[in-house]
Design a protein around this ligand. Sequence first.
Ligand SMILES: Cc1ncc(COP(=O)(O)O)c(C=O)c1O
Length: 408
Amino acid sequence: MATIEQSVRQTVDLFDKCRRFTAAREMMDRGLYPYFQPIEESHDTEVVIRGETKIMVGSNNYLGLTHHPYVLEKAREALARYGTGNTGSRFLNGTLDLHEQLESRLAALMGAEAALVFSTGYQTNVGIISGLVGRGSVIVQDRLNHASLLDGSQLAVGELARYAHGDMGALRRVLNRHRDANGILIASDGVFSMEGNIVDLPTLLDMKDEFGARLLVDDAHSVGVLGPNGGGTAEHFGMQDRVDLTMITFSKSFASIGGAVAGPEDVIHYLKHHSRPLIFSASMPGSAVATVLACLDVMEQEPQRRAQLWENAHYLRGGLNDLGFDTVGSETPIIPVSSGDMEKTFIFWKALFDAGIFTNPVLPPAVPENACRLRTSVMATHTREQLDRVLDAFQRVGRHLGIIGGAA
Ligand SMILES: Cc1ncc(COP(=O)(O)O)c(C=O)c1O
């Protein structure tokens, strides 16, 4: 039998892997580490980092509402009325009248019977899937769905099945295999966050009807962006009455933080009483809720913002394509730029950063080994002059690194 001393010595220290994790420190030592950049000031389309101003083309602030005077005023009013936090979950002491107002407004926007507000978009997805997909049920997901949808499957007790990105034949095979399941939920991003392409919603809807499944569309990057009223993917296709559940985040077009699900009243009622991320986490503060309500007002009153967003997206994507960059099939204000392997991507990112342009590197496992990207996203408030500076920097750096042709 092992002595106490031996068994202590043989025990694996959980922290060992942390000491062996050197990849990030190596990039820091080389001055190429792109993450956790501390923003000292934010001025909508520009940010200040270590005293230097950068044009922000890495944000999800699509409508440019984080600094809108009306939105700021409404947030301040709510801060004074409700204080800084709710110190409790929606279930207990953390529901405000503002949460309920927001739920009604969102249900109307999404053409749904009801909606339920969570504290983050991430929690919303985890809360919907883990709340609904029980024993014997199956959750079917596009392989490129956002991590929060996949993580929701980890908390759910049902089975996870995945299909290749956008491959409706593969989806059909998965659904066929699970015909006898105790209920099926198909989940898909409406706009894929690393690709900027739009899901083939009509086919997805036909398929879910054929197999008697339910469909959850993650509209994090669609609401405020797609559809005549900014109602998202289903509104874009004119199919709001056929989608079962829509998930929304407030961390993008709505200039805040939080999330919601819209759908049939009985499903929302069920989730209110069965969704652990809702019940066991503190609710969105009043100022954050008031921000979203104010953004909904601005969306209605200033539809030209969405038009400007799309004009800017066409301009930047067209400019990048004309320079010879591969924008990976982007169809929306999310415009990824193909950058090759990881090493080249870090160097590309740093050169643009030094030139005053903030982008986001996208690396494996989010994309395959040699298909890394710099993800850019456009805002309604970017000026033409700013977008031209972005294009100019991309051209100089892209040529220098041999990503596009032409003299450096
Ligand atoms: C497609 C998608 N779904 C869900 C989320 C999670 O939203 P949040 O950041 O509001 O928690 C994100 C945000 O990154 C996203 O891109």
